[in-house]
Design a protein around this ligand. Sequence first.
Ligand code: BES
Ligand code: ZN
Ligand code: ZN
Length: 491
Amino acid sequence: MKIELTYDSPSQIKTDLLVIIIDKETSLYDLSGSPLNETVRRIARDFEEKRLKKEYFTALDGRGPAGNLLVFSTSLSTAFNVWENLKTCIARSIRCANDLGLKKVTVALNTNAAAPFIGKAVEGAILGSYSFDKYKKEKSSLNQIRLTLAALKTHDKQNRHYVDRYTIVSEAINEARDMINEPGAVATPQYLAEAAQKIARESDLDVKVWDEKKLEKEGYNGLLQVGRGSAYPPRLIRLSYRAKKARKHVAFVGKGVTFDTGGISLKPADKMWEMKGDMSGGAAVLAAMKAIGKLKPDVNVTGIVPTAENFPDANAGRPGDIFYAKNGKSIMVDNTDAEGRLILTDGLHLAGTEKATHVLDIATLTGAVVRALGLSIAGVMGNDPKLIQAVISSGQHQGESFWELPLPEEYKELLKTPCADLNNIGGPVAGAITAGLFLQEFVPESTSWAHLDIAGPYLRDKEWKYYEAGAIGFGAKTLVDLAERFNEYFG
Ligand code: BES
Ligand code: ZN
Ligand code: ZN
């Protein structure tokens, strides 16, 4: 996808498709002095008086330099929603142009009010033109569309900053989507390790990978226990970004289960294929680190991805197995399908060794969170209300929803077993919460911690907003936003 800025008036630009977005609260375009202004005004009236629905397309037949006109009507009250809607309109415009065989799309965003939307438009275009077509004969041509944003020259510096920033983040997210969409037989733990090494080179980060021998030597038993049944041995990945000067250090820990069959506690066949995406938390961390290495925020960031495949086999772990986590606590594996929390014990421990002051883990951890919050909202819990609020608010800035769940002391009872310090499951109720309480037992001493359960939004089975069906790379942009605003939140 090629994106450029122009400071010519949108009515004067030679283009195949001119896009106008009408919003009741915010005036995003200025067509004054052009006959198009009257056309758009008439269309706006038709929207208002309900003769038209959300979207209107017309050929302009030589009336002016634009071949066709696409007008959207949004009627939203909050800035956050306007941003999401704008991204959706841009993605929709690109799809419309592509369907009609048009190559050059121009969006009018040439007012003061529109300036902050430039980055959001770029995101809508890059995420909206993504297609996972590598295994299909018919390739998508969405990414061949050329997008011009007609903006305000007075905001040139700001505009260019936002184009660059949102290009970096959105392209990293699309890479995460590729990793998630790849089959489990391709995106193995070693594959993720190599992806991390490539990211380290591209984004100037330090990288370290623990292979199975090193994991054994150092006692990373969560990964070893989960990985026992797989032909692809586990890895522990660490990417480090160090700011020029920073007092705070945040670690992101992403669950990287490259395929979750459930292990001996085997999952049912229906939709099991979706468990190729059980490394979505890990992919979000890799993408965030790729962007952070380029954006260079004023906070130290460590990205950690414990990665393993959960498979049944003669060597696989079995229900009733007991092992010692890195912090010395013994865990009984009551259900081998509750594997994410086991590998996360190793990731959380490494975050402590790295001396992170703040730790966030992100994981497709429980079916229970999907039952509680559905497909559009992720769960967030933790031990520091400020960090939880920071996640929610960065999520809002980037169009990702998080909702807090509590971690009541009382429910710790549910993780008791006569056989070990902890059971790995908490019984039939409050599954998202008991998973959070389990993780809390492995959070390094005196660190701020939040746990993001993204089992709902990591995948869509239909197109959603500006995303095609499949992986959306959920969480990456919230993590990047959080790193960028870190001193604002915790300074
Ligand atoms: N990867 C799954 C959770 C999941 C479910 C992610 C649906 C995405 C969509 C996780 O490893 C798992 O299997 N969790 C079990 C835990 C249970 C055995 C306590 C679950 O939620 O059923
Ligand atoms: Zn599982
Ligand atoms: Zn899992």
